[in-house]
Design a binder for this molecule. Structure first.
Ligand code: 7TS
Length: 415
C-alpha cells in the first residue's frame, strides 16, 4: 500500500486507535462499520479526559479560572471546526448533537417559521431518514409539500428532471452530500446552482462527507450544512450546523433556556447573538473540545491521503467481491461517483445472517435498511449488508471480509 503520508503508515495509524487493538470472539477486530461511527484516536480520548481532569467548568458564565479555560477551549474548537469546513465566520457554526439535531434545528426554526401551504421542499430518495422525517413533520404542520429527486439503477440522482422539479414554489432543496446506504457522491454544486435559479435554499446533509473529504461550504454554494462528530473520529453527541449569518440571524430560536437569551422578562425575552441563540442549556463542552482534536488529527493525516487510501481500499474490495461472484453490489460503478461504502446482498443469505457470521469471525459490518428505507424500496429489497472503510482500514481487513464472506457462501450455497 503506497503511503503518501507517514500517518497513513497503516500500523502506526492503527496503533493510535486503542479500540482497534482488541480481539472479538478470539479474532482480531476487523472494524468495517465506519459509516455508522468511527473509532477514536488517542488524541481525541486524551482531549476528552483532559477537559474533565483539568478544566471542567461551565462555559460563558463563571468568572473563574476553570470556566475561563473551558470557554477558551470550547470557543477555540468552534473556530477550528468552522475553518475545517470552510465557513467564513465561526459565529455561523452552531454546535449540535450531530447531523440529526442540526437538520431538526433548521426544520423547526426556519421551516416552521417560513413555510406555508403549497410551498415545496425538494428532497431525494437517497436520503437518510434524518433528512426526510423532520421535513415530513414540518410539512404536516405547515401545509408544505415534499417532492423527490429520484435515482437511477445505480443509485445516482437523476438531475435531468431537476429543472421540472424546481419551481417558484420550491423553498428548500435538502440533499445528502454522500449517501450512507450506497456511497453515492452527489454533485452538490450543480444542484445548488440550479436551486438558486428559483430562489430556493439548499441544505446539505454532510454526515458521510466531512469525515472523508475536504468540505468547503462556500465552494459548495449551499446555505445549511449539517455534520456529525462521531463519524469523523470525534465523540458521540458532538457535531454542528453551519448556516449563512443572515439566515441564522433571521431564524427564531430552536430551543429556549439558559445561554440563548439577552434579556428575560415576564412575558417576553430577547435573544443572544448567533450562534448562542441556538445553543440553549449547557452544551456538550467536552464533546466540542474533543471534536476540535479530531479535526486536528484529520488535518494532520491530510484529506488527500485519506481519500486516496479509501479509494484504493474500495477498488481492491470491489475487485475481490467481483472475483468471488454471487455478490450483488449496489451503488455507482464509477469510483469517481462513490465513496468507501459497499452495500451488498448475497443470494438467499439474509444481510443479518451475513453480519452475524462475520461477527463470529471478529468482523464488524452493518446490516439492515441503514435508515434509508426509500433506497431499499427503490431496489425492491428490505436490507443490505454494508461494509464501510476509514483511514485505518487496510487491504488485510478486506481480505478478512472476503474470507468471512466465503464462509457465508459455504453455509448458504452459491447464489
Ligand atoms: N445523515 C446521514 C447521511 C447519515 O449517514 C447519518 C447516520 C445521519 C444523517 C444521522 O447522523 P447522526 O449522527 O445524527 O445519527 N448514519 C448512520 C449509518 O449509516 N449507520 O448508523 C448511522
Amino acid at each position: 500500500m503506497p503511503t503518501t503520508s507517514p500517518r497513513l503508515d497503516r500500523m502506526a495509524l492503527r496503533a493510535q486507535f486503542p479500540a482497534l487493538a482488541q480481539e472479538v470472539g478470539g479474532h482480531p477486530l476487523v472494524y468495517l462499520d465506519n459509516a455508522a461511527t468511527s473509532q477514536k484516536p488517542q488524541s481525541v480520548l486524551d482531549a476528552l479526559a483532559a477537559y474533565y481532569e483539568d478544566d471542567n467548568a461551565n462555559v460563558h458564565r463563571g468568572i473563574h479560572e476553570l470556566s475561563r479555560r473551558a470557554t477558551t477551549a470550547f470557543e477555540g474548537a468552534r473556530v477550528k471546526l468552522a475553518k475545517f469546513i470552510g465557513a467564513p465566520d465561526s459565529a455561523e457554526l452552531v454546535w449540535t448533537r450531530g447531523t440529526t439535531e442540526a437538520i431538526n434545528l433548521v426544520a423547526s426554526s426556519w421551516g416552521m417559521d417560513t413555510l406555508g401551504d403549497g410551498d415545496e421542499i425538494l428532497l431525494s430518495s437517497l436520503e437518510h431518514h434524518s433528512n426526510i422525517v423532520p421535513w415530513q413533520l414540518v410539512a404536516s404542520r405547515t401545509g408544505a409539500r415534499l417532492r423527490y429527486i429520484e435515482m437511477d439503477e445505480q443509485g445516482r440522482l437523476i438531475l435531468d428532471y431537476l429543472p421540472e422539479l424546481l419551481t417558484d414554489r420550491t423553498r428548500l432543496v435538502a440533499v445528502s452530500h454522500i449517501s450512507n446506504a450506497l456511497g453515492t457522491v452527489n454533485p452538490i454544486r450543480e444542484i445548488a446552482d440550479q436551486a438558486k435559479q428559483v430562489g430556493a435554499l439548499v441544505l446539505v446533509d454532510g454526515a458521510q462527507a466531512v469525515p472523508h473529504r475536504r468540505v468547503d461550504v462556500q465552494e459548495l454554494g449551499c446555505d445549511f450544512y449539517a455534520f456529525s462528530g462521531h463519524k469523523m473520529c470525534g465523540p458521540t453527541g458532538s457535531g454542528g450546523l453551519w448556516a449563512r449569518r443572515s439566515l441564522l440571524e433571521s431564524m427564531p430560536p430552536y430551543q429556549g433556556g439558559g445561554e440563548m437569551i439577552r434579556m428575560v422578562e415576564r412575558d417576553t425575552s430577547t435573544w443572544a447573538e448567533i450562534p448562542h441563540k441556538f445553543e440553549a442549556g449547557t452544551p456538550n463542552i467536552a464533546g466540542a473540545i474533543a471534536l476540535g482534536a479530531a479535526a486536528d488529527f484529520l488535518d494532520e493525516v491530510g484529506f488527500n491521503a485519506i481519500a486516496e487510501h479509501e479509494r484504493e481500499l474500495l477498488s481492491y474490495a470491489l475487485e475481490r467481491l467481483d472475483d468471488m461472484g454471487g455478490i450483488n453490489v449496489y451503488g455507482p460503478t464509477d469510483l469517481d461517483e462513490r465513496s468507501g461504502v459497499i452495500s451488498f446482498t448475497m443470494g438467499d443469505a439474509h444481510p443479518h445472517d451475513i453480519s452475524t457470521i462475520l461477527d463470529s469471525r471478529g468482523i464488524a459490518i452493518r446490516a439492515g435498511h441503514h435508515c434509508a428505507q426509500l433506497v431499499m424500496q427503490h431496489f425492491g429489497i428490505s436490507a443490505t449488508a454494508r461494509a464501510s472503510f476509514y483511514l485505518y482500514n487496510s487491504t488485510d481487513d478486506v481480505d478478512h471480509l472476503i474470507e468471512g464472506l466465503a464462509s457465508v457462501k459455504e453455509i448458504f450455497g452459491p447464489a
